[in-house]
Every structure is written in C-alpha cells, then in structure tokens.
Design a protein around this ligand. Structure first.
Ligand SMILES: NC(=O)c1ccc[n+]([C@@H]2O[C@H](COP(=O)([O-])OP(=O)(O)OC[C@H]3O[C@@H](n4cnc5c(N)ncnc54)[C@H](OP(=O)(O)O)[C@@H]3O)[C@@H](O)[C@H]2O)c1
Length: 317
C-alpha cells in the first residue's frame, strides 16, 4: 500500500477495528475512512491524532466511496451482506470473519506461511481464525522439515476474541469469580471454533487430509490466546532441531515460558516448552501464545494488504 491508498476500515468501532485504525496510523497511512453499523453513525473513532466520523456501512456506501481497499472486521453475516457490494465496485476486500475462509477461490492467507496465495485473489482475501494464524506460523517450518502426521491442540482463548463487549464484561467483573467458557456454536459433538481450527489449518498448510483434533476453551484473560500443541511428525525431529527451525521462522520468537501477558501488544507469535511427547512415536509438544487482536486479526490483515498493494509508506505518522 502507499500512503495515498484509500482504505475503508469496516467494523471501526469494534475490538479489531479500533486496533486496525491504530496500526494504520502508526504505519503512515493517511486516506482512511471508518465504517460501522448504522447504530454508530454520529460517533467518532480515534485515528492517530485525528477523530474520524463513523459512516454507516452499506453495500452501496462501500461501493461508491472511491476506496482501493476495505479491511472488514464485522461478523460473518454482516460480511456476507457488505463484501459483495465493495468487490462489485472493484474494491479489494480483506475479510476477517469466517464468511469466505473456506470458499474455493478465496485465498486464506498468513503472509509468513502462504503469502504467495494472496496474489491469486478474485477480489476477496480471507484472514484466518485467530488461533489458526499463530498455529500455522509455528507448524510451517516443522512440516517442511519433518512432515506432520497428526496434530492435537488445546486452546486457551482470551475474551477479546469474542469482541469489545466481552472485554467490557470482563473488566466489570470480579476476576476472582472468573470461569472457563465454551461460547461458540455447538453441534452436539464439536464446537464451531474446533472445526474452524481444523479446516483452516488444513487449507493454509495445504494438507487437506491432516488429522487434527482440537479442544477450544475461553479463559478469563483480556488479550492473548495460548495453545498447547502435540504433533506427530513423519520423520523424527528432536526438540533441539525444532527449536533451531523456529528460531529462524518469520514472525515467531522463542521464549521459555511465554504467557498471554507477554504476547499482548507485540507482533510475534511466542513459542516455548518445546519437548518430546513420550505418548507418540516422533512426538513433539509445544506451547504458543499470540496477541489475538494483532497477529490474530488486525496486523495479519494489514500485512496481506501490504503484500498486495506494495509499496509500504516510509514515513510513520
Ligand atoms: N477479536 C478477535 O480476536 C478476532 C480475531 C480474528 C477475527 N475476528 C473477527 O473479526 C470480526 C470482528 O470482531 P471484533 O472482535 O472486532 O468484534 P466487535 O468488537 O464486536 O466489533 C464488531 C464490529 O462490527 C460492526 N458491525 C456489526 N454489525 C454490523 C453491520 N451489520 N454493518 C456494519 N458494521 C457492523 C460493529 O459496529 P457497531 O459498533 O456499530 O455495532 C463493530 O464495529 C468478527 O468476524 C470476528 O470473528 C476477531
């Protein structure tokens, strides 16, 4: 993108949209407009040192705003309604909801992992789920080195993954009364989040048959998702070799005992506790954490946009 790229942030009043505006301002973009639901018209949102008026997002408004690019962080049903209006007008859309992620012909992109796929877009690029992104960053070098036979994951997901209102509820609550949650759609067997994590990880890594079993849990933490991962590799991979590969992996940083608090506010996926899993042949266990609002959402989407609309602005705001 260039500083002159005309960018629409759709969902600008939400948890991800607010951070998207902050990151765009920090990176020197200037031509930015803020959109949300009609409920928010009349409000303003912070963009660097400015306040931007919030405009009502409709397919017509997004299509006629003269934008080059739209970054969507609204729910899946709002994305399904709004994104086609923008693409019809030739606006490149990067969508952070689950609406288009598994659609044929829509690239599902983590720039460090499969950035080249973004170039195959037909108007829409999907941003993966906030647990699938850091997982793919960590698995990619391990899969290339030793192949992955099977994967088991337990997630510990912060409340900001469920949006700004959930963050407000946690802030208002006595933390001692906190609880674990499973606040995703449930089909009687699996939570929707668990299905997403499997299907999206397969698509990003281009391993459609990979066996993946996940258990997803919401924890009373404000920002930062954690994942315990047990993987079985095709060939033996020692913890030392895995550590050396991850030390070189883009977007990944080794840390001994990383916590969500350590990851919050940073861009890297932190990975640690890399050890043998004695319960499997060629088994490795590891632990990763990531700021779900940044690399899990806003930052990853901006990185996709920068891949597609190079070059980046030089001067920071
Ligand atoms: N939070 C995360 O860690 C994360 C990570 C990856 C992906 N995502 C995805 O990003 C999206 C937004 O998440 P969030 O956490 O930012 O949620 P949020 O805090 O609840 O914000 C939702 C935003 O969407 C807007 N919106 C809702 N319905 C709309 C409509 N019909 N038309 C236009 N705007 C509408 C809201 O505007 P009003 O204020 O006007 O209602 C608000 O700006 C979701 O699809 C989520 O799955 C979130």
């Amino acid at each position: 993108m260039s500083p002159e790229s005309r960018i629409g942030v759709v969902g600008a009043t939400g948890a991800v949209g607010t951070l998207t505006l902050q990151l765009l301002a920090e990176r020197g973009y200037r031509e930015v407009r803020a959109f949300a639901s009609a409920r928010s018209t009349g409000r303003t949102v912070r963009f660097g040192r400015e306040e931007l008026p919030v405009e009502a997002a409709t397919p017509e408004a997004l299509g006629s705003a003269g934008l080059d690019l739209c970054l969507f962080s609204v729910g899946a049903s709002a994305s399904r309604e709004l994104v086609p209006g923008a693409t019809r007008a030739g606006v490149l859309c990067i969508d952070k909801s689950s609406a288009f992620r598994l659609e044929e012909g829509v690239p599902l992109v983590v720039p460090e992992v499969n950035g080249e796929r973004a170039l195959e877009h037909d108007g829409i690029v999907a941003n993966p789920n906030c647990c699938a992104i850091p997982l793919a960053c960590v698995l990619k070098p391990l899969a290339e080195a030793a192949g992955i036979r099977a994967l088991r994951i337990a997630t510990y997901q912060s409340v900001s993954g469920a949006g700004a209102q959930s963050m407000e509820r946690l802030r208002a609550q006595d933390p001692a009364g906190g609880n674990l949650g499973m606040d995703w759609d449930f089909d009687g067997e699996e939570l929707e989040e668990e299905t997403k994590l499997r299907e999206e990880t397969r698509k990003i890594l281009e391993l459609p048959e990979l066996r993946i079993s996940a258990t997803c849990v919401r924890v009373p933490v404000l920002v930062g998702h954690a994942e315990a991962v047990w993987l079985e590799t095709e060939e033996d991979l020692s913890p030392e070799a895995a550590r050396a590969l991850l030390d070189e992996a883009p977007g990944v940083r080794l840390a001994e005992l990383p916590t969500p608090r350590e990851a919050a506010g940073g861009d890297d996926v932190l990975v640690g506790r890399i050890r043998r899993d004695p319960a499997a042949r060629h088994g490795l266990a590891l632990w990763l954490v990531c700021d779900n609002l940044r690399k899990g959402a806003a930052l990853n989407a901006i990185q996709i946009a920068e891949l597609l609309l190079a070059p980046r602005p030089i001067a920071a705001r």
